[in-house]
Design a protein around this ligand. Structure first.
Ligand SMILES: [Fe+2]
Ligand SMILES: [Fe+2]
Length: 143
């Protein structure tokens, strides 16, 4: 039988090197969310970008792919119980974006997707799923 101190000693988040790694992963996810929010603000303000909607979606897809990987690594580190569902949601968006980019969709169609679908998807996802992950991480870190 293990007492509470034994279980804390065995918790990877309690050992100091892991705390450092935890903080690095957490900071990374939070910084990436800040970049995503800035992307949405720039998009809303038209960002002064002369890139086509297709190029912007491709740029965002590459960024999201990297961000989702980092977030999934964090989930794995935390043994996050809702990781499988969260990953499926990431994969679904990347699939939809990949299908769109591979299609003959017009620039107007892609611009509509970028300006109407993407901002609400990202906001809803961060508010609902990512913040749930971050709350879980914060609770784990306090134990
Ligand atoms: Fe996520
Ligand atoms: Fe995220």
């Amino acid at each position: 039988m293990t007492d509470q101190n034994d279980s804390k000693r065995n918790d990877p988040l309690v050992a100091s090197p892991s705390i450092t790694y935890f903080n690095m992963l957490l900071d990374n996810v939070e910084q990436e969310h800040a970049k995503l929010r800035q992307f949405l603000v720039d998009l809303e303000n038209d960002g002064g970008s002369d890139k086509s909607a297709r190029d912007l979606v491709a740029q965002l897809a590459a960024y999201l792919s990297q961000h989702f990987s980092a977030e999934e690594k964090f989930m794995q580190f935390l043994a996050y119980p809702l990781a499988a569902r969260h990953k499926r949601i990431h994969q679904k968006l990347l699939f939809i974006v990949g299908q769109l980019l591979a299609s003959n969709a017009t620039e107007a169609h892609i611009a509509l997707f970028l300006r109407d679908f993407i901002p609400s998807w990202i906001s809803d996802h961060v508010d609902q799923f990512d913040n749930d992950l971050l709350r879980f991480a914060t609770r784990r870190n306090r134990c």
